[in-house]
Design a protein around this ligand. Structure first.
Ligand code: GLN
Length: 205
């Protein structure tokens, strides 16, 4: 079987944490693979799958626009390259992004996933929190959701499937080879979400 090459979009955010947990997930699956920091359009072209980390979506978007990787990421996703976006990464994937206070925001995004996302949706008092989530595709055992100034999915197109809800709010969704989650799986040592993503990468590679 081909050696998988998975990139973590390496401009800003929780990059190393995603690299580490993706390596652990591959090892637990008994799969060979390389996990790299992917920064440039050239790096992106060589990947079988991409993870867009949490961080600050306005910074990731602007840097990616500046170094022209944004366009290449978009093209590769349209060609079918699987992508996992976590927190700011989910914001990057969304078709439309808004902020409760300032309304629709005009930051550079990919706009590839048919979801409408609200930034910083969990309010001030609850800026950061941890909660056990039920994510049926990952099995019965609860998944620790680490939320840090997290976005929420407020609207979904017909091709999008909700993978997880927290009090009615969609916090994880999938559309074909794209997965977006509001929380930070890379800050836990639970590799199930990464394994679920790697399975998708393996199936299309
Ligand atoms: N609030 C951040 C943003 O809008 C996302 C926070 C995070 O990734 N932890 O980009």
């Amino acid at each position: 079987m081909k050696r998988l090459k998975i990139g973590v979009f390496g401009l800003q955010g929780d990059i190393e944490e995603h690299v580490a947990i993706t390596r652990l997930a591959l090892a637990r699956m008994g799969l060979e693979g390389d996990v790299i920091w992917a920064k440039t359009a050239e790096d992106i072209k060589s990947l079988d799958g991409l993870i867009i980390p949490g961080g600050e979506s306005t910074v990731i978007g602007r840097l990616a626009e500046y170094n022209r990787a944004l366009k290449t990421v978009k093209e590769r996703i349209y060609e079918g390259m699987p992508v996992l976006g976590t927190c700011a990464g989910l914001i990057m994937l969304a078709r439309k992004v808004y902020d409760r206070v300032v309304g629709e925001v005009r930051q550079p995004i990919l706009g590839v996933m048919d979801v409408v996302v609200e930034r910083n949706a969990f309010g001030r008092q609850r800026e950061s929190f941890e909660v056990n989530l039920r994510i049926p595709v990952l099995g019965e055992e609860p998944f620790k959701g680490v939320f840090i100034r997290a976005p929420a999915i407020r609207g979904m197109g017909p091709k999008v499937e909700a993978l997880c809800r927290l009090n009615e709010i969609v916090v994880a969704a999938k559309q074909h080879n794209m997965i977006g989650v509001s929380f930070h799986p890379e800050l836990t040592n639970d590799t199930r979400l990464h394994q679920y993503f790697i399975k998708i990468v393996r199936d299309v590679t």
